[in-house]
Design a protein around this ligand. Structure first.
Ligand code: AHR
Length: 337
């Protein structure tokens, strides 16, 4: 593998590695025997640049990646970019300098990756996108993208809202507050797009997004932004949150404002983490669109194939379900994250 790679200057390597140490949290875990490459060959080293630890979804995703790498017997170099693109770029540069076999990452935002991915390509290190996609003019900069269809999740959220409104017997104007994910991130852009698509096509007269702002996919962000929404638009009757954590934060602000989440304000969110299901079983969230974070095992299979030089699928979609409030209690014990 080493002889297939291009040469990086020591200066670039040192700068990249020290940049990473300064900005991101990194940990290395070696595990298993040397059978990680499957054929008794050299153990695979995977560099994984994670977004951060902003949500329950992300925590579950990180656990899944770490456990699956251990199970596969790979050496995993893992970094947490704390939701900053510059940290992820430094991590990827560090993995290039360390000559890992494969790089995988969940891009914080969609744009701005071409330069560093060209460096990986020059070094002949294949790159796999996990969870989130990127915008690039050069499709050869990554080999595969494994993750959810976020636009479809947005459409599914709108469909769930139709059901929630019908179940609540709601009549009249639907005044929607939207808590967006991280600005510029694929799930924020695409979940808004898919939802709007259904709304514009079928509910132009009765549904309106009256206020929409980022809560950065965090509980604290959801709480803070929802409090501001309730001040500026006290007649909001629906919340569409791009993830459960923001919905959970928003619930605190709704209750602090003397309103009942799930009744005065109907709530649809995305992810399906355990805490979201608990809130749903308590009647505080009305419906959840599932987004599966357990990508580790599929990613490790893909890493092996890529490392072995096999042709892999360009796009691998995750399978997911949708849940209404009355399904929450029964589904809760089986939630894996
Ligand atoms: O990219 C997936 C999204 O990122 C999840 O929906 C959200 O919870 C996370 O932070």
């Amino acid at each position: 593998m080493l002889n297939r790679r291009g040469f990086l200057t020591a200066a670039v390597g040192v700068a990249a590695a020290s940049g990473l140490a300064a900005c991101a949290k990194e940990d290395d875990s070696s595990s298993g025997s040397d059978s990680g490459s499957g054929g008794g060959g050299k153990k695979i080293t995977l560099g994984f640049a994670q977004v951060g630890s902003e949500s329950g979804w992300r925590t579950a995703n990180t656990k899944s990646v770490k456990a699956a790498a251990k199970e596969a017997g790979y050496t995993l170099k893992f970094s947490d970019a704390q939701q900053k693109q510059e940290n992820q770029i430094s991590a990827i540069r560090s993995y290039i300098a360390q000559k890992v076999n494969v790089i995988a990452f969940s891009p914080v935002v969609v744009t701005g990756w071409d330069a560093v991915l060209k460096e990986a390509k020059t070094a002949k290190i294949p790159v796999i996108l996990t969870d989130r996609s990127i915008e690039t003019s050069d499709d050869s900069l990554y080999v595969s993208f494994i993750g959810s269809d976020f636009t479809d999740e947005g459409r599914r959220a709108a469909r769930m809202l139709e059901k929630v409104l019908a179940k609540a017997g709601h009549k009249g104007a639907v005044k929607i507050a939207q808590l967006e994910g991280t600005t510029g991130a694929a799930p924020a852009i695409e979940r808004a797009k898919g939802f709007k698509e259904v709304m514009d096509a079928e509910h132009k007269d009765d549904w309106k997004v009256v206020v929409s702002q980022t809560g950065d996919f965090t509980r604290a962000g959801g709480k803070q932004v929802m409090a501001a929404f309730l001040q500026s638009n006290p007649d909001i009757n629906v919340l569409y949150a791009h993830n459960d954590d923001m919905a959970l934060g928003a619930i605190q602000s709704i209750e602090a404002a003397g309103k009942k989440p799930g009744k005065d304000i109907l709530i649809v969110s995305v992810d399906g983490v355990k805490d979201g299901f608990v809130a749903m079983s308590e009647g505080k969230i009305n419906a959840i669109v599932e987004c599966n974070p357990l990508l580790g095992p599929q990613l490790m299979d893909l890493v092996k194939k890529v490392n072995d030089g096999e042709t892999v699928e360009r796009r691998i979609k995750t399978e997911e379900g949708d849940f209404m409030q009355d399904e929450a209690k029964a589904a809760l014990p089986d939630r894996k994250y």
